[in-house]
Design a protein around this ligand. Structure first.
Ligand code: PRP
Length: 209
C-alpha cells in the first residue's frame, strides 16, 4: 500500500515549512526530524498489538504492547535521510540502523552510485524501514532495496519519505511489489532534471548545505 497524509493538518504544516524556500537549514532539519517521528507513529498504527495484564497502583487492568516496534531495522540513505532517521528512532527506539550512500547521476540515465553499504543482519520478524526524503525517479530506492534484500528476508519493507512523484511510486511498485510506502504527500510530476514539482528542492543541500 501507499499512504500519504494530505488530510493531516499537522503533517501538512510541517511540509509547508519544508517547501518554503525561505526555511533555512536548522528549521529544515528540525522539520525532517518531526516528520520522521510522525511517520513512525503512523507506521505503528499498522503493527499488530498484544494485550498484556498489568497492575496500576490501584488495580489489575489490561495494557498493550506493539511487539514489532522492537523488531525494526532503519536504513538511512545519505545524506538527506539522517534527520528523518533521527525522528523515526525516537519511536522505534530499539531499532538497528544501517547506512547506505547513494548518489544519482544526471539526466536522462540517472545512474545510481552506491559506494558505502552497512546493513545489520535482517531477521524474519523485522520491519525494515528505508528512510529517504525524496522519491523522484525511484532509481535510488530500487537499488537500495535490491541491496538490502541481500541481508535477509524481512517481514515488511516500508519506505518513508517526505515527497514522492507518481513516476517513482509506479517504478518502485513494479520492481518491488512487496514494498509499502509512507510519504507526507504525493506531488504532481518530475521535471527534465528529475526534480519533484512543486517539491522542496534538493533535500540534502537544504539540510546540510
Ligand atoms: C536525492 C534524494 C534521493 C534521490 C531521489 O539524493 O535524497 O536519495 O535523490 O532520486 P530518485 O528517486 O530519482 O533516485 P541525491 O543524489 O541528491 O544525494 P544527497 O541527498 O546527498 O544530496
Amino acid at each position: 500500500g501507499v499512504y500519504s497524509f494530505e488530510d493531516s493538518p499537522f503533517i501538512m504544516e510541517i511540509l509547508t515549512e519544508l517547501r518554503d524556500e525561505s526555511t533555512g537549514p536548522i528549521a529544515f532539519r528540525k522539520g525532517l526530524v518531526k516528520l520522521g517521528r510522525y511517520m513512525a507513529y503512523e507506521i505503528t498504527k499498522t503493527m499488530a498489538t498484544e494485550k498484556v495484564p498489568i497492575r496500576t497502583p490501584l488495580e489489575e487492568t489490561e495494557g498493550i504492547i506493539v511487539k514489532d516496534r522492537r523488531n525494526v531495522v532503519i536504513i538511512t540513505v545519505l545524506r538527506a535521510a539522517i534527520p528523518l532517521m533521527e525522528g523515526l528512532i525516537k519511536v522505534f527506539e530499539h531499532a538497528r540502523v544501517g547506512i547506505v550512500s547513494a548518489s544519482r547521476g544526471k539526466a536522462p540515465k540517472f545512474e545510481i552510485e552506491m559506494k558505502y553499504v552497512k546493513v545489520p543482519r535482517i531477521k524474519a520478524e523485522d520491519t525494515v524501514i528505508i528512510a529517504d526524503p525524496m522519491i523522484a525517479t525511484g532509481s535510488t530506492l530500487i537499488k537500495v532495496l535490491d541491496e538490502v534484500k541481500k541481508y535477509g528476508n524481512a517481514k515488511r519493507y516500508v519506505v518513508v519519505g517526505v515527497l514522492a512523484a507518481p513516476e517513482g511510486i509506479t517504478r518502485i511498485k513494479e520492481a518491488h511489489p512487496d514494498v509499502e510506502m509512507f510519504v507526507a504527500a504525493i506531488d504532481r510530476e518530475l521535471n527534465d532534471h528529475g526534480y519533484i514539482l512543486p517539491g522542496l528542492g534538493d533535500a540534502g543541500d537544504r539540510a546540510f548545505g
